[in-house]
Design a binder for this molecule. Structure first.
Ligand code: EPU
Length: 427
């Protein structure tokens, strides 16, 4: 079993370049199904979730050439299946992103029902309601959802009850091949959705309003393959920026490869915490804060504060000079990491979907378990400033979304390594 071992107290220096956005790359890969032929994606992060999506596409009959570490040439001309099997959906819920493209390409899809995950119930009812409005009929049995639109889909108005990222994306990817115009009201506005709409438009789709709450899609008869560059990962960037705010040396560190506008609310909250930041065209310089001010935060759909940065910023609040309240509004179960941080000396009380964080003077290294992707990364970041050694286990979660996380931290001067240890659970 691999763990990440961090020796606290090493100052960070220099710069780090972030990889392409996981949550964009996965959907762009799924969307290639809509354009028979070879679509080339560049700036694809080399992470395990991308490998799972690769397996999903191969299972559907596509071939994938790894042109270089970050470039995939995906040939969807041989796609001949419309099933996303349980083994892969159970590994990665985002496999359900092939539902919209399969409906657009074949008029049918068979997708394993995702079930809950360690962030909560994570239903897909809004995906289904929206697609039903386009004329798709659904049947569920034996743990699978069968979606049928063999008589075609027709554009209509869909109002989402909540601005769901996944539902907005699946609806856009189906509606590009529906007859007539689909309007999605209360659409999610995340930058990854804009990236998806941009690629689909390059492929010949007619999508307007992506990045606003009202997205209008005029269906087209066919889409053609393109070459497209994945946007930089704003959450990976935010994770390194938090690390810099806690541990940078006097010159600060530079985090590049992403658009700082994509992290607007996070940077604003960090400035309210007294952290000095300098925004550039494709990155941010961040200095270590001598004193962190407490600040209240609530997670919301974009442009609100992203749930995917909640754990990392909680590490900052844990070191603040005073008390902060962090409210999680997106997922029911995203505070599991807080109890691990408490094992490192943080003072956090969870009340329903609020975390009341009283700042402490220092953290101490401990053995902790990564409960999920972002929580795991946040524990490694906490280890950078903890006294002594921190061992973070269950790091397969971190590998899902952070490319060469340890190497990048080592490049910044941290003392972090992957270590193989015996699996205690086996004894
Ligand atoms: N929801 C429903 N019904 C639905 C859809 C969503 O009840 O039909 C609920 C979910 O259970 C959740 C909330 O709505 O409580 C938000 O879900 P959303 O659909 O917006 O999220 P998602 O598409 O499942 C993506 C990212 C997440 C990120 C969220 C919110 C991908 C692959 N995942 O998930 O990323 O937290 O949007 O921004 O794009 C991560 O990268 O660590 C991660 C979890």
């Amino acid at each position: 079993m691999d763990i990440i071992r961090v020796q606290g107290g090493h100052a960070l220096t220099g710069g780090v370049h972030v990889s392409g956005a996981k949550n964009s790359a996965l959907k762009l890969m799924a969307a290639t199904l809509l354009a028979p032929g070879v679509t080339t994606l560049t700036n694809v992060p080399n992470i395990s979730d991308v490998h799972v999506m690769g397996k999903v596409l191969k299972g559907l009959g596509c071939t994938i050439e790894v042109v270089d570490e970050h470039t995939l040439a995906i040939d969807t001309s041989g796609a001949n299946s419309w099933e996303a099997p349980y083994e892969l959906v159970a590994k990665m819920r985002a496999s359900t992103a092939v539902m919209g493209p399969l409906l657009g390409r074949f008029g049918r899809a068979k997708i394993a029902m995702p079930g809950g995950c360690n962030l909560g119930a994570r239903k897909i009812d809004m995906h289904i309601l929206g697609l039903e409005a386009l004329g798709v009929s659904f049947d569920t049995s034996h743990g699978y959802i069968f979606a049928d639109a063999h008589e075609g889909m027709s554009g209509t108005m869909v109002t989402l009850e909540f601005a769901s990222v996944g539902a907005t994306e699946n609806l856009i990817m189906a509606a590009v091949r529906a007859k007539g115009t689909t309007v999605i009201d209360n659409a999610a506005r995340e930058p990854e959705i804009v990236d998806l709409a941009n690629m689909l438009n390059e492929m010949g789709a007619k999508i307007q309003g992506a990045g606003t709450p009202v997205v209008e899609i005029e269906g087209v008869d066919e889409l053609h393959p393109v070459e497209h560059r994945v946007i930089g990962d704003r959450i990976e960037a935010g994770t390194f920026i938090v690390a810099g705010a806690l541990a940078a040396d006097g010159d600060g560190i530079e985090v590049t490869g992403f658009n700082p506008h994509h992290l607007g609310m996070v940077l604003k909250k960090m400035e309210l915490m007294g952290i000095r930041l300098e925004r550039g065209v494709d990155g941010v310089r961040v200095w270590r804060a001598d004193r962190i001010a407490p600040v209240d935060i609530q997670t919301l759909p974009f442009p609100g504060f992203p749930t995917d940065m909640q754990a990392q910023v909680m590490v900052l609040s844990a070191m603040a000079d005073g008390s902060s309240v962090i409210t999680e509004n997106i997922f029911e179960n995203r505070f599991m990491f807080a109890s691990e941080l408490v094992r490192m000396g943080a003072d956090i009380r969870i009340e329903s979907h609020h975390a009341i964080v009283h700042g402490v003077k220092s953290l101490s290294g401990a053995q902790v378990v990564s409960p999920d992707l972002r929580g795991g990364a946040a524990l490694v970041v906490a280890g950078l400033i903890a006294e002594g050694e921190t061992d973070v286990s269950a790091i397969h979660h971190i590998d899902r979304g952070y490319e060469r996380f340890c190497d990048k931290l080592v490049g910044l001067g941290a003392s972090v390594e992957r270590v193989q240890v015996p699996d205690l659970a086996e004894d």
